[in-house]
Ligand binder design. Structure first.
Ligand code: ATP
Ligand code: MG
Length: 389
């Protein structure tokens, strides 16, 4: 962004506006500039007003990046280190902040917009901005050197299945398997590392749910955007400043079960809610789904076990619930070229020891999904539930 008005003068205007408790409208900015003995032309006044406005209400220098439809993530790691991801890995941009204080100010302002506090006593925030953008920020000294910002742009609508095939996320022909998974009302989890597109794929798949079904979403931050006529969403919230009023994902899952869901969806399974989810899937709630963070599909049972045992469920009980509750894991990876794709489809199976393990059923080979050891089981699950051959 080219500064129309010098930084020092802008500071003066900022102080004047703050002292007068007023918004940076062009008239006010002109007044503020006059108060400093500056008489500027309309263009300069408008330029300064725009700059201050975006600093006060928008995302400041990040605004043009966030407005770019190809950008999915914006990361600030220092005043002059602003990165974007346009789907092909991280790129350093020309955008910079004046100094570390400017990054800190933006982080605090965005947190305030999201209704959260961010200060020395609580130096990080994970929240959602009103337009859906996910905000994470952490302040020094926890963040070393500068406040760090991580913004994840949420697309206003889900990808269609065809778009995911075109983007190389679903292999050609793979959409049939996904449709059958939904038609068979099998319960599944989408696994993958950070930012591999789990939430995005889940949104798309929810769009394949029959229009007569009711989808109930339970999420920490409302990110899912399913293209479906009957969706209700519940969002958790942290405790307030007095430390009360927290609503956790486990509370939401409990409430969701009383809301007659045809599909219970947990945005991301990452805590005690796993206990209620498994219980629900064991008591007639078919077709439930969610995402879970795991670097390999084979790690999913261990990950759920860790979450479940932390919440007080014993290991044997957890595995026996898991065996009955969950059928399939779709695993996403991000390859070196930055492309997000379904690397594997695995089915869950009980081993002789009584524990649950995953077995690969389909793997993305050279030209598309190739069948693996677990395919006969997956195919039988489809057939059992009338989802075609
Ligand atoms: N198949 C895709 N093609 C292109 N962009 C994608 C695709 N899937 C996801 N994205 C983009 O990548 C970013 C991360 O996606 P998403 O939030 O779905 O990932 P995630 O695995 O759920 O992340 P997290 O680990 O943070 O929960 C988003 O900005 C999204 O728009
Ligand atoms: Mg996610």
């Amino acid at each position: 962004m080219t500064a129309v008005v010098g930084a020092r003068m802008l500071d003066g205007v900022r102080q004047w506006l703050a002292a007068n408790g007023t918004e940076p409208t062009p008239a006010r900015v002109a007044e503020a500039l006059r108060a400093q003995g500056r008489i500027l032309g309309d263009a300069e006044v408008l330029g300064a007003a725009e700059q201050l406005r975006s600093e006060l209400v928008g995302a400041g220098p990040l605004e043009p990046l966030l407005a770019d439809p190809s950008v999915t993530d914006v990361l600030v790691s220092a005043p002059d280190r602003v990165w974007v991801d346009r789907g092909g890995g991280l790129e350093l941009t020309q955008v910079s902040f004046r100094d570390p204080a400017a990054v800190r100010r933006l982080a605090q302002r965005l947190a305030a917009v999201a209704g959260r506090r961010l200060d020395d006593a609580r130096p990080w925030v994970d929240a959602r901005l009103p337009d859906g953008t996910r905000l994470h920020a952490v302040l020094p000294p926890v963040a070393v050197g500068s406040a760090y910002l991580s913004l994840r742009v949420v697309r206003p609508r889900a990808f269609t299945l065809a778009e995911l095939v075109a983007a190389g996320t679903v292999p050609p022909g793979g959409e049939r398997v996904l449709r059958r998974l939904l038609d068979a009302r099998l319960s599944y989890l989408i696994s993958g590392g950070t930012g591999t597109g789990k939430t995005t794929l889940l949104s798309t798949l929810l769009g394949l749910v029959g229009p007569g079904e009711r989808i109930v979403l339970a999420e920490d931050s409302a990110e899912l955007r399913p293209d479906h006529p009957h969706v209700v969403r519940l969002e958790s919230r942290p405790a307030n400043q007095e430390g009360v009023g927290r609503v956790g994902l486990d509370d939401l899952v409990r409430q969701a079960l009383r809301m007659r869901p045809d599909r219970l969806v947990v945005g991301e399974v990452r805590g005690a809610e796993v206990v209620h989810l498994l219980a629900a899937l064991n008591t007639g709630h078919e077709g439930g789904c969610g995402t879970v963070h795991a670097n390999a599909a084979a790690d999913v049972p261990a990950r759920l076990e860790a979450l479940g045992t932390a919440a007080g469920l014993d290991r044997a009980a957890l595995h026996s619930q898991l065996a009955a509750a969950l059928s399939v894991v779709l695993h996403l990876v991000r390859d070196r070229a930055g492309r997000r794709r379904i690397a594997e489809v695995q089915v869950l199976e009980r081993t002789p020891s009584g524990l649950v393990a995953t077995v690969p059923a389909l793997r993305w080979g050279e030209r598309g999904f190739v069948r693996e050891r677990g395919w006969p089981r997956l195919s039988a699950l489809f057939a059992e539930r009338g989802a075609g051959a």
